[in-house]
Design a protein around this ligand. Structure first.
Ligand SMILES: O=C(CO)COP(=O)(O)O
Length: 254
């Protein structure tokens, strides 16, 4: 189906200039599969975006971790999609659970953000995922479908969208979803896209997994048929991120 493996590193609110330069040096020196096998995108905090972009090898790309929902203007503290485009930042992560839960971003608000960012020419990593309570009450698929629907209702072209399934209970907890748990949700999400968007988009849209991915568990997860890559938090700040990038070969040699 030709879904290129996608590895995102979400640095969240971490790093000093020195630390950022060190991570970039490690990435620049790494031997990884070629660009036609894996797409690598790292997402530093806004303040380091241009520094990282200027230092990073040209086969890796950068993403912002958020942007404003509409055109920029009198919105103190916000960063607009137009600014990211102006600075040559190709990607933005939207709807991360930390923003949904800590900052109250609703499904509709995230859907509006995705639509606006795409309209400005950005590529979007759109995050969905259930909390532990929601999983335990059996509503995982309803939650993930509602989050995806809020996006699907507002966009028609999915070419520049990567969907990141990130179960909240697995984020930063060391408690990774089992390969079977990840595959189950990814496969149902793909079926949802098939039924509600189109067969073509269901087949071509990358659905990546996030939540305590590390160098030790990435290969088994990567081997799942509907896992098209990862969005990595903590481990993306460490040299083991290179091992995670290399897990793309699990797919290319399959
Ligand atoms: O939230 C995540 C990536 O966006 C995952 O974070 P961890 O890999 O630290 O669990």
């Amino acid at each position: 189906m030709g879904r290129k493996f996608f590895i995102g590193g979400n640095w969240k609110c971490n790093g000093t200039t020195e630390e950022v330069k060190k991570i970039v040096t490690t990435l620049n020196e790494a031997e990884v599969p070629p660009e036609d096998v894996v797409e690598v995108v790292v997402s530093p905090p806004f303040l380091f975006l241009t520094l990282v972009k200027s230092l990073l090898r040209s086969d890796f790309h950068v993403a912002a971790q958020n942007c404003w929902v509409r055109k920029g203007g009198a919105f103190t503290g916000e960063v607009s999609a137009e600014m990211l485009v102006n600075l040559g930042i190709p990607y933005v992560i939207l709807g991360h659970s930390e923003r949904r839960l800590l900052l109250g971003e609703s499904n509709d608000f995230v859907g509006d953000k995705v639509a606006y960012a795409l309209s400005q020419g950005l590529k979007v990593i759109a995050c969905v995922g259930e909390t532990l309570d929601q999983r335990e009450s059996g509503s995982t698929m309803d939650v993930v479908a509602a989050q995806t629907k809020a996006i699907a209702d507002r966009i028609s072209d999915w070419t520049n969208v990567v969907v990141a399934y990130e179960p909240v209970w697995a984020i930063g907890t060391g408690k990774v979803a089992t390969p079977a748990q990840a595959q189950e949700v990814h496969s149902v999400l793909r079926k949802w896209l098939h039924a509600n968007v189109s067969a073509e988009i269901a087949g071509s849209t990358r659905i990546i997994y996030g939540g305590s991915v590390n160098g030790a568990n990435c290969k088994e997860l990567a081997a799942q048929p509907d896992v098209d890559g990862f969005l990595v938090g903590g481990a993306s700040l460490k040299p083991e991120f290179v091992d995670i990038i290399k897990s793309a070969t699990v797919k290319s040699s399959a």
